[in-house]
Structure formats: structure tokens, C-alpha cells
Design a protein around this ligand. Structure first.
Ligand code: SF4
Length: 405
């Protein structure tokens, strides 16, 4: 007789747990911001100005920082760009305030990385591109000796940078990209999450051999399932090896518009919900300023950071007693500066109060022409619809929770 295996039900207390338990990571300082440890998930982005354009870059960094981007990345394709960062940093300090800066160093960038390490708080290297391996057209495999030889060359090249960052108390991001794995990794592990993880581990081990642990790891891919798998595998490996490095999450080349945002959220949000991730960047093919609200929305939706008012609103249906879209818009315009509050706008009294998800205040359709205002689950007053928003503000004022915009 065939038996059907019953899935083991998750324990009841796990099912009822509504908090995200973040993976324990070490705290890594990047200028005046700390990634990992017990710190909130850090938001970062990247300017698209040419780093040689000092004034443009300073303005771009400032624009991002002013809207909540906590760490700003710049690209450093040449030595001149690396030197320009000294001036950018100085100008920021003189005309604005110090902003934690990360420099992205790519192709064969050892000398550039060494120069830029003097001026920024974190250097990002891509293991796939850091040491150039000349591709051999007729290659069918990498021998273990060849693999080790290149490994030794990487160590030799990376060492001065590691020592410089270590001695200055600065950080490094080991940023693996699925699209740019080293040929050696491709031959050995294939174009797989495993190849990405091994690539990161090889660099981590070099850093550890030099007693440098100010590391942040990323394993980005433009395909969400690949990215999810790589980060999960990385966590598993790090747990096995007793490593606690914070993770930087991102979906590369996510594109633009609605789909770019959804794709980024699917990747970043899924991992954050599992407790994985200490800093995030949403990469959009749009102005970098557009990335920051998306980061904050992901974090707010998961309850990881509270940077705006949380609005709970029903989708409306045949029972709806007022123009919900219009009222939600009005309520939002009037209250969006009251960061920390949860406000519900619900179409009817039948289901509205029960579904307000413990909002601090509720605006609920009562009967045609009238709405009810709630504080938590308690109905406070019934008012004519045209006074609804004004009376909601009054209620918040009466409770001493109003601040002027
Ligand atoms: S709260 Fe009322 S109006 Fe809104 S969707 Fe539910 S039943 Fe419809």
C-alpha cells in the first residue's frame, strides 16, 4: 500500500511569530554609518555623475544624502578619478557635511584602489574583475595547480589594499556579480550561485589571513531566483564557517518603472523577510534619487524601518460609502509628515474597523454622508463627510500627536 508522507507542520509558535529575526552579523563601520550588528538596514545608492566633475559629483552626493541615502557610491575608472575623490570629500565637508563614500573599483584596479582607499570609507571590489585572467581560447579545464597559481596572484595583488583598509579602519565590499564571474570560477563551478559564493569566499579568506574583517558581501544577479539562491547559499556557508559578515542586497540591471521596482522588491524583500540583509540598493535605470523611496518602501512594508506614515486602506467595493481614492489622497496630503503613525481609511463600518490592522487612527464610512473617526479600535466621533479630514486632524491634535508640517 502506498503511503503518503505528511509534511511536518511548522511549530505553532513559529507560525504566530510576526517579527523578522535578522541574521546576527558583525558591525562594520563605513564613515559615520554602521552596517550590520543591531543597526537598521542601511540605504545606499550611486551617483551617475563623472567623478572628474567635482562640483557635479558633490551636488549629486548631497542630493542623495539629503533625501535619506546613507551611503553613496561613486565609480573610479582611472587614477585621475581616484584623486578627484580627495577633493570631492573635502568639498562635502566644507560646504555640507561628511557623507560616507564608497568607491567602485573594477578592471585590474589595484593601483586605483590603493589611491582611492585614502579618500573614501569603503572600497568595493569585484572578485571577477580584480585580477585579469587572460582567457585561453582552447582551454577545456583549469588544473588545480593553475587554480592555485591564480589564487596566489590574487592574494599578492589584494594584500596592499587589505592592509591599507585594515590600518585605516575602513571597510571593503566584496561584490560578486553573476554576470562577471572569473573564468576560473566558471570552469570549476559553472555559471552558478555556487561559483558566486566560492568567488566571495576566496576573497574573504585572503582578507581573514591578513586579519581584516571589515567586510560586507554582495552576490548580485539580474535574475531574482539566482540572486536569492546565491545569498541563501552564502549564509549557509558562512554559518558553517563561523563567519558573520553583513550582506549588501541588490538585484542588478532591474530596469526601470513599475517592473524594475517590483523585481527589486521581489529579490530584496524576500531575503529581508528571511532575516537576510544589512544594507540595500535598488538599482533602477532612472535618476538615483528615484531609488531611495523604493528602498524605504521595502523596509517600511516589512516593518524594518519606519520612515513614513503607514496607511492602511481597503480596496473599496460595493459597500464603499465615499470616493475612497480621493479621500485617501486627501488624508495622505494632510498627514504624511506624521512619521510613525498608522492611519486607516476604510470604506464601510461593516468590515472596516475589524480590518484596520491596529492602526492608530481610522477614517471609516459610517452611513451615506457620514464617516466615523476611530482611535485604535474605539469609535470616537461621527462627523459629516465634508468635515472628515479636518476632524481627523483635530482628533490627532487633541491627542497631542500632531506636529506642524
Ligand atoms: S472595508 Fe467595507 S468598503 Fe472596504 S472593501 Fe471591505 S467591505 Fe468593502
Amino acid at each position: 500500500m502506498q503511503t503518503i508522507e505528511q509534511p511536518i507542520a511548522p511549530r505553532e509558535d513559529k507560525l504566530l511569530d510576526t517579527t523578522i529575526h535578522r541574521r546576527k552579523t558583525r558591525a562594520v563601520k563605513v564613515g559615520n554609518v554602521t552596517i550590520g550588528g543591531n543597526n537598521p538596514v542601511v540605504v545606499q545608492s550611486m551617483i551617475n555623475e563623472d567623478t572628474l566633475d567635482i562640483d557635479g559629483s558633490v551636488a549629486g552626493i548631497r542630493r542623495l544624502h539629503e533625501i535619506g541615502c546613507e551611503i553613496v557610491r561613486v565609480t573610479v575608472p582611472s587614477m585621475a578619478h581616484a584623486r578627484a575623490l580627495a577633493e570631492i570629500k573635502q568639498k562635502l565637508a566644507d560646504t555640507y557635511q561628511p557623507v560616507p563614500l564608497v568607491a567602485d573599483v573594477h578592471h585590474n584596479g589595484m593601483k586605483i584602489a590603493l589611491e582611492v582607499a585614502k579618500h573614501v570609507d569603503k572600497v568595493r571590489i569585484n572578485p571577477g574583475l580584480y585580477v585579469f585572467e587572460k582567457p585561453k581560447g582552447d582551454r577545456t579545464e583549469y588544473t588545480e595547480t593553475e587554480f592555485k597559481e591564480i589564487g596566489a596572484k590574487i592574494k599578492e595583488t589584494l594584500e596592499p589594499l587589505v592592509i591599507s583598509l585594515r590600518d585605516q579602519g575602513k571597510a571593503m565590499r566584496i561584490g560578486v556579480n553573476h554576470g562577471s564571474l572569473a573564468e576560473r570560477m566558471l570552469f570549476t563551478y559553472g555559471d552558478t550561485p555556487e561559483g558566486m559564493v566560492e568567488s566571495a569566499l576566496e576573497f574573504i579568506k585572503i582578507c581573514e589571513s591578513l586579519d581584516f574583517k571589515n567586510l560586507i558581501i554582495s552576490l548580485k544577479a539580474s535574475r531574482v531566483p539566482v540572486m536569492l539562491s546565491a545569498y541563501r547559499l552564502m549564509v549557509k556557508k558562512m554559518d558553517e564557517l563561523g563567519m558573520d559578515y553583513p550582506l549588501h542586497l541588490g538585484v542588478t540591471e532591474a530596469g526601470d518603472g513599475e517592473y524594475g521596482r517590483i523585481k527589486s522588491t521581489a529579490g530584496i524583500g524576500t531575503l529581508l523577510a528571511e532575516g537576510i540583509g544589512d544594507t540595500i540598493r535598488v538599482s533602477l535605470t532612472e535618476a538615483p534619487e528615484k531609488e531611495i523611496p523604493v528602498c524605504y518602501s521595502i523596509l517600511q512594508a516589512l516593518g524594518l524601518r519606519k520612515t513614513m506614515v503607514e496607511y492602511v486602506a481597503c480596496p473599496s467595493c460595493g459597500r464603499t460609502l465615499f470616493n475612497l481614492e480621493e479621500v485617501l489622497h486627501k488624508v495622505r496630503e494632510a498627514t504624511k509628515h506624521l512619521t510613525g503613525l498608522d492611519i486607516a481609511v476604510m470604506g464601510c463600518i461593516v468590515n472596516g474597523p475589524g480590518e484596520m490592522a491596529d492602526a492608530d487612527y481610522g477614517y471609516v464610512g459610517r452611513q451615506p454622508g457620514f464617516i466615523s473617526l476611530y482611535r485604535g479600535r474605539e469609535e470616537i466621533r461621527k462627523v459629516p463627510e465634508e468635515q472628515g479630514v479636518e476632524q481627523l486632524i483635530q482628533l490627532i491634535k487633541d491627542d497631542g500627536r500632531w506636529v506642524d508640517p
